[in-house]
Design a protein around this ligand. Sequence first.
Ligand SMILES: [Zn+2]
Length: 468
Amino acid sequence: MGVRMNHRGLKALRLEDSVTARALRILPAYSAYKETYTLLKRSRRWSREELAAYQAQALSCLLDHAYENVPYYRRVFRERGLVPGDIQTPEDLALLPFLTREDLQNNLADLKARNYPEAAFEYVTTGGSTGIPVGFYYEKGVSRAREWAFMKTQWDRVGYRFADRCVVLRGYVVGSAEDGIFWKKTLCGRWLLMSSHHMTEETMPAYIDRIRKFKPRFIQAYPSVAVLLARYMREHDIEPFPTVKAVLCGSENLYPWQRDLLTESFGCRVFSWYGNSEQTVLAGECEESTRYHIFPEYGIVELIGRDGRPVEGPGAMGEVVTTSLVNPICPLIRYRTMDVAILGEGLCTCGRAYPMLERVEGRLQEFIVTKDHRFISMTAVNMHSDVFDNVAQFQFYQRKEGEVLMRVVKKPGYTDRDTERILRELDRKFEGDVDVTIRFVGTIPRTPRGKYQFLIQDLPLGQWGISV
Ligand SMILES: [Zn+2]
């Protein structure tokens, strides 16, 4: 609330002094950051009961606010004959409907909170590497600062400090193939952004040389991009970068084989988190474990099965449905992320009482469907296995149940023997229930954001999720 008042006050000030004006403009961002970071430092020691009490209170504030100020939710409550007081705990959320991406797109204007000035809305879209991009709103200057406080809290667990040098491999396009410079520095020279679009067998030595000279303490990367570098290093017996303390992996699911390969090639901790740009869920590993610890202050997470009800018991898998507690300007309640995860059990040795996800299996669109309609996660395909030694890149494509096309970019040493071994390995993974056809291609294009997609799924698996 204090943050919003600052924002409004700022408009009325009309300061002549540009330096003061600039200082005040960053004030809402700074207080959002500070407030959140301080809360997270305190709440990491809270018990389950204390966290539940915090969440119940935050949920009650959110629902009161949504009912009062957000036309979409006023309608949702009225249609069901409900008032915010009917929902006291996260379990009671089941009284409200799910919010799909389509609902979000079709009702965006009505999801804007009326008690914020127009100038406070920042329009943001998701990447849309799978499916249609989705648009929503952040609170200008505040949402990103708050997010950064959560990220910094996670990275603190592997010793990240503001002054640290960081190489960022996240698909930024900088420079051009002609001038041979595929990177640039930002944040007063502390971050080196490197384009994944130009990474090839030919340019990789220059990348490695530049990273070594930059002496980064951390590498931030999309897993699919870090893997390109890691594979090259392993194949050419290149020593890990001695200064790198951890590889920070986000924005894509990190498959177990990718973790193994990155750990081996970089010789350091691989730290991963799971979140979305809609800011409804954030969960990260801790100092002691690779399970995803869900921030209860960030959002409420439900895992929902195909029957539309919460999944139960160890190893149960469900779609991640989330209620954001951090973005009141455009509230998303019971938002279907289309991601699938497995519930974690028990407590972690780190002492945080956060709920956990054992694993994130990936997006619904990242499953292969067998002849008998089973869903096989891409986590099952281990590209780190030596079966793929002579494969430069691969991508699956499915448009019919029980059949996949595998596009393969060969390395020079590739022979028919490799084809046989790959087919045998996949037959084992898919338990004979998926027919695989291999097609050799020259390249596999990256998405506009520079990621590699291991599977293009043309079956409408979104409908596999919970019924709406
Ligand atoms: Zn832990």
